[in-house]
Design a protein around this ligand. Structure first.
Ligand SMILES: [Zn+2]
Length: 412
């Protein structure tokens, strides 16, 4: 704004000072006129390398889609595929303003290498299954130990999380072992939970309890736990999750596209003090990684099912898409304040979505999409300026080529 220019001085990877006309000599100056500075988004649930399956097998029932399209092709994935698929995801996230993401996938090392090179920050969970089989359980434990050790060789931008897939693919015994491992090594746990009605019905039949009560009985609810979806939870379960400091990640696009459900209890969770973060889920179910779109979907969906225009306001969902994700993993980020991580974006205000600009956050959530992001800084380094990311053409071309080759390769 004219006559109201604020300087933000970044030193190393932190915001050192904020003020009017700062008297500091910077190595590099970015002109922020006609731009707005926001914290980078935190995409709290995705499967990055699934960019390779974007638009592959859409509009199908969940079971047929997984069994005929996704699982046979995931079985053929090489480290090179995951590396390029993750690079493509990072490129897309940078171009739409995400600076940190929580991932769950296969081939940890390939994902970590891609994230390192692209300059983002990520909580990477190695997907873990035992299918209630004791032999696979031992293998799963060994994999968790190995990936944790492997994660220590990467920079501070890469954090390891244990990634038990879901309660219908991972036994209670392995979940408890993972919980103990996570406590010992101080790492988060990323788990899909209460995503569909079928999951709840099966949990009642198999364990005699709803999903949240089952986890409670296993004794694995803690602030380390990040639950993707949490669509099917009652008021008592919401309170149990809140009391244990758990985080729930809302993924509106995925929930709607897979027809999992839509009554995400945002308000009940806020009232109970349960932390809610926002995610896109993988590109095969969302089909992009645009957190600006995710904010709009979460807000509109939250209003629609309640028939209440005051539900899930733009300001609330903006905070859910930034600060909440940071708090979920104890990251000093998600807001623009001195001492916080320099994970920031400049929004281009010189586009129709911000004219007129009566209310910036409203325009960002309801009028814009991820292409309004002009500049991205993560860990104090510029990853995109004037919407250009170094090497983007090669990433798009190579990842697409590998995706086409993958789906025609004979099944393993
Ligand atoms: Zn997911």
């Amino acid at each position: 704004m004219n006559g109201n220019i604020t300087d933000v001085y970044i030193q190393g990877n932190r915001i050192k000072e904020i003020g009017k006309q700062l008297e500091v000599k910077a190595e590099q100056v970015i002109d922020g006129r006609k731009k707005a500075l926001i914290p980078g988004f935190i995409n709290a649930h995705t499967h990055a390398a699934m960019t390779l399956f974007r638009g592959f097998g859409d509009d199908m029932p969940l079971k047929a889609w997984l069994e005929d399209k996704i699982w046979p092709n995931e079985a053929k994935l090489t480290s090179e595929d995951v590396y390029w698929g993750t690079k493509l995801a990072c490129l897309e996230m940078i171009k739409s303003g995400t600076t940190t993401f929580f991932d769950m996938y296969h081939k940890f090392g390939a994902s970590a290498k891609a994230v390192e090179e692209m300059g983002l920050r990520a909580l990477l969970a190695g997907a873990c299954f035992d299918h209630f089989n004791p032999e696979l359980r031992e293998k799963g434990k060994q994999a968790v130990k190995k990936l944790y050790t492997e994660s220590l060789s990467f920079s501070d931008r890469i954090q390891y999380a244990a990634g038990p897939h879901a309660i219908y693919t991972v036994s209670g015994e392995l979940l408890q072992w993972i919980h103990a491992f996570a406590e010992e090594h101080q790492v988060p746990i990323h788990l899909h939970l209460a995503e569909t009605e079928v999951e709840v019905r099966d949990a009642l039949r198999q364990f005699g309890l709803t999903p949240v009560r089952y986890l409670h009985r296993l004794g694995i609810l803690s602030p380390r736990l990040i639950l993707a979806h949490g669509l099917y939870v009652d008021d008592e379960e919401i309170q149990i999750l809140a009391d244990h400091g758990v985080t729930v990640v809302h993924n509106p696009a995925s929930n709607m596209k897979l027809a999992s459900g839509y009554r995400f209890k945002y308000r009940e969770m806020q009232i109970a003090g349960l932390r809610v973060a926002l995610g896109t889920d993988g590109c095969s179910s969302s089909n992009n990684l645009d957190m600006v779109e995710a904010m709009k979907l979460a807000s509109l969906l939250g209003k629609a099912w309640r028939k209440d225009p005051e539900a899930v306001t733009a300001k609330e969902i903006f905070q859910t898409a930034t600060l909440s994700g940071a708090e979920a993993i104890g990251l000093k980020g998600g807001q623009i304040a001195e001492g916080y991580l320099a994970d920031l974006c400049l929004v281009d205000l010189n586009i129709p979505a911000f004219a007129p600009n009566h209310d910036f956050v409203s325009n960002l959530v309801y009028a814009a999409n991820g292409s309004c992001i002009d500049t991205v800084i993560c860990d104090g380094k510029i990853l995109m300026q004037d919407r250009k990311v170094p090497g983007e053409d090669e990433i798009i071309e190579h990842a697409s080529k590998l995706a086409y080759q993958l789906v025609v390769k004979p099944n393993a």
